[in-house]
Design a protein around this ligand. Structure first.
Ligand code: C5P
Length: 265
């Protein structure tokens, strides 16, 4: 996973954003989360995370990119929290890091932008500090930071269950070209799930999405387009009815399938 650390040099990693090809959700659980059956696919939109040496106890972050002003640049930043958690768990008392994030993944766009930065910080800091840590241990730490972080560490195409953080790689033949329509305003994931609860949308039987998995194996884009599904759509559209027009425009222009990805928009 990691190349040897070079202490006087910054470590840079790129982490991909994701879309959800299907997202089935159960009702809210006692822990506030929802059990999911979702298929993630990493797409070629990347955030770059750089970890540079810093004085012990110093954890800073600088964010660059068009939406940088929407990202916290203090201790609440998910990448900073990831770095601190890693230092604490690894018992690395002298740890410190100056993080630089170059964002391309949309913020609050349902593409796991914050989770990608946390995944990148875990990976980059583990190399910078030359930690003896396995990918599985990083995954467990990632899951403490957010349900999408384990997928951001793994990439590729994967079926996610439980909170979306238990992953099984999925065979996906061919390559896919997605047209992504971004909104200039984000949607908060907790708000979308809260609306989902209010609408009583929880689907209790969470079956693996067999049609979609078959389509990915066959590499048939038409079958894949037909199998795209998102249980959070009604909730996202209830909060942002204008998104319906975007979806309809895709369909009118001949898209094989059009969906809101994750919690959108
Ligand atoms: O894990 P993460 O912090 O990214 O999740 C953000 C919010 O999304 C959670 O606080 C919860 O409201 C909602 N969520 C959920 N069920 C999931 C994943 C996320 O309810 N499986």
């Amino acid at each position: 996973m990691a190349s040897p650390a070079i202490e006087d040099q910054a470590v840079r990693v790129r982490v991909a954003g994701k879309i959800n090809l299907t997202l089935r959700s159960g009702p809210r659980r006692a822990d506030g989360y929802h059990s999911l059956a979702t298929v993630f696919q990493a797409v070629s939109i990347f955030d770059e995370i750089e970890a540079a040496p810093a004085k012990p106890g110093e954890f800073t972050v600088t964010v660059h990119g068009d939406q940088a002003d929407l990202v916290p640049d203090g201790p609440d930043n998910l990448a900073v929290r990831a770095a601190r958690l890693l230092a604490e768990q690894a018992g690395h008392a002298d740890a410190g890091v100056n993080l630089v994030i170059r964002k391309s993944i949309p913020v609050t766009g349902g593409m796991a932008g914050g989770s990608a930065d946390a995944a990148g910080a875990l990976l980059a800091c583990s190399v910078l500090w030359d930690l003896d840590i396995t990918p599985d241990e990083l995954r467990v730490l990632g899951a403490q930071l957010g349900a999408d972080v384990p997928f951001c560490l793994a990439g590729g195409t994967a079926l996610g269950t439980d909170r979306g953080d238990r992953l099984v790689p999925v065979l996906s033949r061919g390559s896919y070209h997605w047209v992504l329509a971004f909104s200039d305003r984000g949607l908060s994931t907790p708000a979308v799930f809260a609306k989902f609860d209010e609408l009583g949308c929880g689907n209790t039987a969470l079956e693996p999405p067999q049609d979609l998995l078959n389509a990915l194996v066959s590499g048939d884009p038409v079958a894949l387009g037909k199998a795209l599904a998102n249980d959070l759509s009604d909730a996202a559209l209830a909060l942002r009815p204008d998104l319906r027009r975007v979806i309809e425009t895709g369909t009118d222009l001949g898209a094989i399938g059009s969906i809101i990805s994750g919690s959108g928009p």
